[in-house]
Write a protein that binds this ligand. Sequence first.
Ligand code: NAD
Length: 439
Amino acid sequence: MSNSVSEQPAELVARLRATFRTGTTKPLTWRTGQLHRMRTLLTEHRDDIAAALRADLGKSTSEAYRTEVDFVIREIDHTLDHLEGWLRPEPAPVPAHLGEATAWTQYDPLGVVLIIAPWNYPAQLLLAPMAGALAAGNAVVAKPSELAPATSAVLARLLPQYLDTDAVALVEGGVPETTALLEERFDHILYTGNGTVGRIVMAAAARNLTPVTLELGGKSPAFVDRDTDLDTVAARLAAGKFLNAGQTCVAPDYVLTDPGTARALETALAKAVDTLYGPDPAASAEYGRIVNDRHFDRLTTLLDSGRQVIGGGYEREAKYIAPTVLAEVSPDAPVMQEEIFGPILPIVEVAGLDEAIAFINDRDKPLALYAFTESDTTRERLTAETSSGGLGFGLPVAHLTIPDLPFGGVGESGMGSYHGRYSIETFSHRKAVLTKPLS
Ligand code: NAD
């Protein structure tokens, strides 16, 4: 596959486009064949991928399976089960003024798709969009993150052994390689990462009127209502927050709650972290590490943004930062200025729901909003009065494991979506067709 160093981006894209033009990628059998092969790759090499994820991010094997390898397998299986139905042309009623005629919509593949992935779930966020683009009948150029070099290398080695190298290519590299790719004309670009680079990608795409899907991040709030079962809330919050050492785009970034609930939640969170990782998380095989020194140094400057309830410890050599909960955090504190993307959970106090809604709406639209409440009215108000990519009541992070839900952001957290049939919509053109008999 074309990670061959000799092949320049222009040649590569021309070669894949030539394959696309032959029609090779369009039949259902080619699409399902590629999905089956990707599935075989994942089952035969799950341990190689898990080892790479451990090297890049200190991920435990169980977390690597659950959030990367098996996640993509489930996405593939769901697509294989439904693809034929999703691709079926959809009839449209024809108005009377056209007389005898039929009309329908059908999905056309777009052509050559570029997928640019980040480092935090470096296998899942490359392969899940790729599965969707292949299922939609496209050729694909996949660009893994250079900040997860072991995962990038293992995928560069394995993908060509399984997938159709005439139509699928993986290009390793960093900013220069991505910049060079972005000089080329693609038919769609899906970028996952931060908003600064998202703007670079969108500007490059604009030169060719290439549509983009931007899967970005931001600060995802978690509102905790009065009178909830705080042991359950804390267990779920901690599991979602400290997964992958907090380096999850849909992790609860901070908690909003009233002062009384905040005090009780502090205790419950300390207990939840102890249950998850034991008294010394550094010794837990389940707890991950920070991806690199730059992020480590950024995160350690945030550790005194509030009163430390638990955690606060770190070790630079090991890129370890303890799961940390900060209480009585001011909205002006450094930790509240940007997406944390690490294992620090600030609790910000608000008087109640009205203030929480105002707090959320005063800031960028988040990728996810979470709330823990027993009140239907609170659920209804949050649903109606806020905007976010996804909305989770009672359980953070898990909505993106439901393949029939679109995964994507809104505003600063991104545009467009994918997963399941939403990947088919994203990576296809829905063509309008009219046919009227000549006689
Ligand atoms: P990153 O640094 O790995 O960058 C992502 C990709 O962009 C890489 O492939 C990289 O090579 C490329 N890139 C970096 N700089 C570039 C440049 N100047 N020009 C062209 N390409 C460039 O990842 P990151 O941005 O640090 O990822 C973290 C962010 O991603 C967080 O904000 C997180 O919330 C977000 N995220 C979003 C999702 C989602 O699905 N919405 C998922 C994961 C992460």
